[in-house]
Design a protein around this ligand. Structure first.
Ligand code: CA
Length: 231
């Protein structure tokens, strides 16, 4: 439970039923609109978290719905378009849609797109948290370039700071050696990967000593590294 409210805008009853049945089975709350006018009205009245928007609607078209909603809201909009509506899809993205699904789509794809939007919502819900990252006893103040473990400030080299910021911004995800070296050094030569190992070992040592210390960074041998979410 505790899922976001989805506004489903679709005039085709069979597609609408597929979407709402999927949402229902996966514990999403939803409301529906069968045309563009009621979609805009519903978006204003119910303040949904995400809009799933069909582009081909009987009254005003989906792109116009996006423009109207965008005039007052930044809420995520996922467009559902038929292949024949490719130009509309581009127009929709230009008008401010966040993502699109092409019909026919699978239930798994629909759910995956919704999860992406939810992650995006969670990331922006608390704007102050985007400048300060907290994970257990670890705290990173991105703007001030400071890292704390418990009460103690960690003294990191500029490279170590870049590494920990990159891992923190992708907490929970395995980052490959190439991805990391490209983001930290702008290249991914073999010796960058070797240096990465050295810098990462030093960083881990600093994180694993002292107050509130634990394993924050996991090594995935032959792949890369991951910051573990500890709280
Ligand atoms: Ca339609």
């Amino acid at each position: 439970m505790n899922r976001n409210l989805i506004l489903v805008v679709e005039d085709d009853p069979s597609v609408r039923n597929l979407i709402t049945a999927t949402l229902k089975t996966n514990d999403y709350k939803y409301i529906v609109a069968e045309n563009g006018q009621s979609a805009v009205a519903s978006a204003a009245t119910h303040n949904p978290d995400i809009i799933l928007l069909d582009l081909g609607l009987p009254d005003i078209d989906g792109v116009e719905v996006i423009k109207r909603v965008r005039s007052w809201s930044a809420l995520p909009i996922v467009v559902i378009s038929a292949r024949s509506e490719d130009d509309d899809k581009i127009a929709a993205l230009d008008a401010g849609a966040d993502d699109y699904i092409t019909k026919p789509f699978s239930v798994a794809e629909l759910l995956a797109r919704l999860r992406v939007m939810q992650r995006r919502i969670n990331a922006v819900v608390n704007p102050d948290q985007s400048s300060v990252f907290v994970n257990g006893a670890l705290r990173i103040d991105f703007a001030a370039n400071c890292v704390y473990l418990g009460e103690a400030e960690l003294h990191l080299t500029p490279i170590e700071f870049k590494l920990i910021c990159l891992l923190a911004k992708n907490v929970g995800k395995v980052l490959t050696h190439t991805y990391i070296t490209q983001h930290v050094w702008g290249s991914s030569w073999d010796n960058d990967v070797a240096s990465l190992r050295v810098f990462m070992a030093a960083l881990r040592k600093k994180l694993e000593n002292g107050q509130g210390a634990q394993e924050y960074i996991q090594t995935h041998v032959g792949i890369g590294y991951r910051m573990v979410k500890v709280d």
